[in-house]
Design a protein around this ligand. Structure first.
Ligand SMILES: C[S@@+](CC[C@H](N)C(=O)[O-])C[C@H]1O[C@@H](n2cnc3c(N)ncnc32)[C@H](O)[C@@H]1O
Length: 277
């Protein structure tokens, strides 16, 4: 049994040259006066973006979100998850099955492809950006899928509170925001705290899959995950020097326009595959 991980608070430092809003503080009356509370002061890996939907997606959202988007109780901020809220597969999916969790699912191409290919698996898409969630919802409806649920929340909060230890068969983290400037690296999702937390939520033998087109972040992911004692890199040392530790392209990852474009520009796509010991 894997012990739950306590996440140490990280002090945020204002970032001055991008329109970054720490969403953990948004719309919270009196938040500034409660800054000392740990989760409010944690740096997050996302920025607040326009959450308005175009009319067609708004109609899809209004009609279907009650069925597929989990109604998560919040702790304080709008992207938080209440500490006592745990995913219950029978309540939330209507069945128990191996669970794949995609973090930062964007417009849902990977999770939809996965759900179509593996009807016997439950898929949870975690995203903070509502237009992306609404686009995913439209695809769920179009394909009449029953094995996908969405949650609009900070993935770190989802891992901390909503997913029990040893409950996830696979995590997918595809093209996480690279936060390419040095002073923004602290906003990168994949860091030592994330590695420990994700590992603790995996079932024994479970898999963490990642992909990025950003070489510097790829190296950081590889090294941070290698330092996590309960994860084993499945391709450690099997590839050539510069590429050591990277996996072949995950066949279950659908080729998106984004990836096509990155490849056309000559970028390398780095895949990582780690197994829980
Ligand atoms: C560069 S996009 C990639 C989207 C998708 N995975 C793909 O490959 O097209 C990164 C996504 O992660 C989401 N994201 C970033 N940090 C997040 C967090 N802490 N929790 C949930 N989603 C997050 C962003 O909103 C964004 O949609």
């Amino acid at each position: 049994m894997v012990a739950p991980v306590m996440v140490a608070p990280v002090t945020d430092v204002p970032v001055t040259d991008v329109p970054v809003v720490d969403v953990s503080l948004e719309d919270v009356p009196g938040a500034a006066s409660r800054m000392a509370e740990p989760f409010q002061s944690r740096t997050v890996s996302f920025v607040r973006r326009d959450n308005r939907l175009r009319p067609r997606l708004q109609r899809t959202w209004d009609e279907h979100h009650g069925t597929w988007v989990l109604d998560v109780p919040r702790a304080l901020a709008s992207m938080s998850v209440a500490p006592d809220y745990l995913l219950d597969q029978v309540r939330d999916f209507g069945r128990t099955a191996p669970l794949v969790v995609e973090i930062g699912s964007g417009t849902g191409d990977a999770v939809i492809q996965g759900a179509l290919a593996s009807p016997g698996t439950n898929f949870l898409a975690v995203e903070v950006y509502r237009p992306g969630m609404a686009a995913t919802l439209a695809k769920i409806v179009r394909h009449d899928l029953t094995n996908v649920r969405l949650v609009q929340a900070d993935a770190v909060q989802v891992l901390e509170h909503m997913l029990g230890p040893g409950s996830v068969a696979e995590f997918w983290v595809f093209f996480a925001d690279p936060w390419h400037k040095n002073r923004h690296h602290k906003r990168r999702l994949v860091n030592p705290v994330f590695a420990e937390l994700a590992a603790s939520r995996l079932v024994s033998g479970g898999t963490l899959r990642l992909a990025t087109d950003w070489a510097d972040y790829a190296r950081q992911m590889r090294d941070v995950l290698a330092a996590c004692g309960s994860l084993t890199n499945q391709y450690d040392g099997r590839l050539t020097d510069l590429q050591t530790g990277f996996a072949p392209r995950f066949e279950g990852r659908v080729m998106t326009r984004f990836e096509h474009k990155a490849l056309a520009l000559g970028s390398t796509i780095y895949d990582l595959e780690l197994r829980h010991r």
